[in-house]
Design a protein around this ligand. Structure first.
Ligand code: SF4
Ligand code: SF4
Length: 182
C-alpha cells in the first residue's frame, strides 16, 4: 500500500514533466535548452547537460512525433496507460505478464530485439550496442519504458515477441472494464 505522500511525489514529478513538455511544444522545442540541466537529468541521470546537447534536437523531433501519434494513431492512444500516482517502475509487473511460449532466450534480456524502441523511432537508443541510453533514469522509471509491457494492447502495438499478458490478468481487466460501464 502506498502512502499519500508517495503518490503526491510521483504525481508531482509527472505533472512537472508534462508542464515542461507543454512549454517545449509551445516554444518549438527551444525551452529544452533553457532547462538544459533538468532535461539532461531526466533523460540521462546527469546534470552535466553539455555532454548530451547532441541529443536535444532529436528529443524535440521526438516530441512532435509522439504528438502526431497521439493525434492520428488511435491504437497508440488506446494502449498508453500511465496513472499520475502510479509508482515508478524498474521493470514490468511480473504478476501480470509471462514469457511467450515462443521466446527462446533468457527472461532478463531481449536478445537483439529492439522492436518497442524502433517502433516509435526513439532517439535514446544506441543502435550499435542495442542499448537504451536512458535506462533507469527518471524518465525511464516514471513513464512507459520502465513498466512496459503493462497491457496486451502494448504488446500487440510493439509486436513484442517476448511477453504475453497472463489470462488471469485479462479476466481482471475485463471485469474492471465491465464494472466501469455499470
Ligand atoms: S527503452 Fe530507452 S530506447 Fe527504448 S523507447 Fe524507452 S527510452 Fe527509448
Ligand atoms: S519488443 Fe519485447 S522483446 Fe523486443 S525489446 Fe521490446 S520488450 Fe524486449
Amino acid at each position: 500500500m502506498y502512502t499519500t505522500a508517495q503518490k503526491y511525489k510521483w504525481a508531482s514529478v509527472r505533472v512537472f514533466y508534462y508542464f515542461n513538455i507543454l512549454i517545449m511544444a509551445l516554444t518549438g522545442g527551444l525551452s529544452i535548452y533553457v532547462v538544459a540541466p533538468y532535461t539532461s537529468y531526466m533523460f540521462f541521470n546527469d546534470l552535466a547537460f553539455w555532454k548530451y546537447l547532441k541529443y536535444y534536437h532529436k528529443l524535440i523531433v521526438q516530441l512532435y512525433r509522439i504528438m502526431g501519434f497521439w493525434l492520428f494513431d488511435p491504437k497508440y492512444r488506446e494502449m498508453y496507460t500511465q496513472p499520475l500516482t502510479s509508482p515508478p517502475s524498474l521493470g514490468p509487473d511480473r504478476r501480470k505478464i509471462k514469457l511467450s511460449a515462443h521466446w527462446q532466450k533468457a527472461d532478463n534480456d531481449c536478445g537483439n530485439c529492439i522492436n518497442c524502441c524502433i517502433k516509435i523511432k526513439c532517439p535514446l537508443i544506441d543502435h550499435q550496442r542495442k542499448l537504451c541510453l536512458s535506462y533507469n533514469t527518471v524518465y525511464w522509471r516514471y513513464f512507459s519504458c520502465g513498466c512496459y509491457p503493462a497491457s496486451q494492447k502494448q504488446i500487440d502495438y510493439y509486436e513484442c515477441p517476448k511477453w504475453v499478458i497472463k489470462e488471469s490478468s485479462l479476466e481482471v481487466d475485463v471485469k474492471t472494464r465491465k464494472a466501469s460501464l455499470i
